[in-house]
Design a protein around this ligand. Sequence first.
Ligand SMILES: Cc1ncc(COP(=O)(O)O)c(C=O)c1O
Length: 340
Amino acid sequence: MTIDVRSDTVTRPTPAMLEAMMAAPVGDDVYGEDETVNALQTLAAETFGMDAALFCPSGTMTNQIAIKLHTQPGDEVICDALSHTYLYEGGGIAFHSGASVRTLPDTHGRFTAKHVKDNVNNRNDAHLPWTRLVTVENTVNKAGGCCWELSELKAIRQTCDEHSLGLHLDGARLYNAIVAKNHKPSEFGTLFHTISLCLSKGLGAPVGSLLLGSREHIARAHRLRKLMGGGMRQAGYLAAAGLYGLQHHVTRLADDHAKARHVASEIASLPYVASVLPVETNIVIFNLIDTVPVDGYLRYLSDNGVRAGSMGKQTVRFVFHLDVSDAQTSQLIEVARRFA
Ligand SMILES: Cc1ncc(COP(=O)(O)O)c(C=O)c1O
C-alpha cells in the first residue's frame, strides 16, 4: 500500500468517523437549521472562548473571509513571506479584498512585535496604504511545522492594539501546536480577533474549516461565505466528521509528531540529505544536496511506494497523519536509506 506523506489532507475518514457522519441529524445550513453544524460551531467557539464560529468548505475560504472582514480595498496586510494566505491562496487577498500585502522577509515564518511595528504605515501620509491587519500562521507549514511562543503573540497583539490593527490566525494546524506546546485553545481565543481552524488536516475530517470570531464578525462572515459560494445545505454530514475529529483526534496528534521526529533523526545522517529543519510537530522538511535533483528523488520514492512533495528547489516535505502507521513509518525510513 502506498505511503502518502504529501500532506495531512490526504486522510480518509475512519470507520467510527464515517458512522458518526451517517448518523448525523441534518437540516438546511444556509437557513441555520443544521443541528450538527450548529453543534460543531458551538463546541469550537466554546472551546476557544470566542463568541461564535462558522463552518466553511476550506481553510482558504476561512482565511480569505477573515481578511475581507478586517480590510477595505486599498488597505495593507502584514504577514510573513512564507505564509499560506499570501503564497498559496491563488492571490485571494488581491482578488477578494483588494488589499496589498507587506511580506516580512527572512523571519522564517515567525516574526516579532518589532517587525510589525516597523512595518505599519503612517496613516497621515496619503501616499501609503493603511495597514489594517496582521496574519499569523501556527504551525508554520513552510517553515517545517514550527510553533509560535505565546509570549511573542501577546506582544504582537499589544502592538496591533496600539495601531488599531486586526490580528488573524491561520490555524490550519493549530491543534498540532496546542498539543506540541501544551497550550490551551482559549489562550489563542483571547489573543486573536479571528481564527481559521482546519478540520481536514491533522484532525482527519474529509472536508471543512471553522472561522472563529466575535458575534459581529461571524454574522458578516455568514454573508461573505454565501457571496463566495460556500453556503452549504445538509452540511451536517460533513460537520459530523469535524465534530468527531475535535472529540477524538486531538491528543493522538502527538503520535504524528513522534513519527516525524523519528524520521527526521533517521534521515539527517543520510549522505544525500544536506539539512533537516528542526521538527516540532508533524512536518519534516529537508534539503537534498545539490547533486540530487528533487524530481528524481520524488520519482524514486514514488517508484518505491512513497508519495512525497516538494516545497521548492532541493526541498522535500513529509507530513505525518492518521493514515501513516508505525509499520509504514519504518518502511519509509527503509526506502529513504536505500536511495543511492
Ligand atoms: C497553513 C495552511 N493554511 C491554510 C490552508 C488552506 O486549507 P484548504 O486546503 O482547506 O483550503 C492550508 C492547506 O494546506 C495550509 O497548509
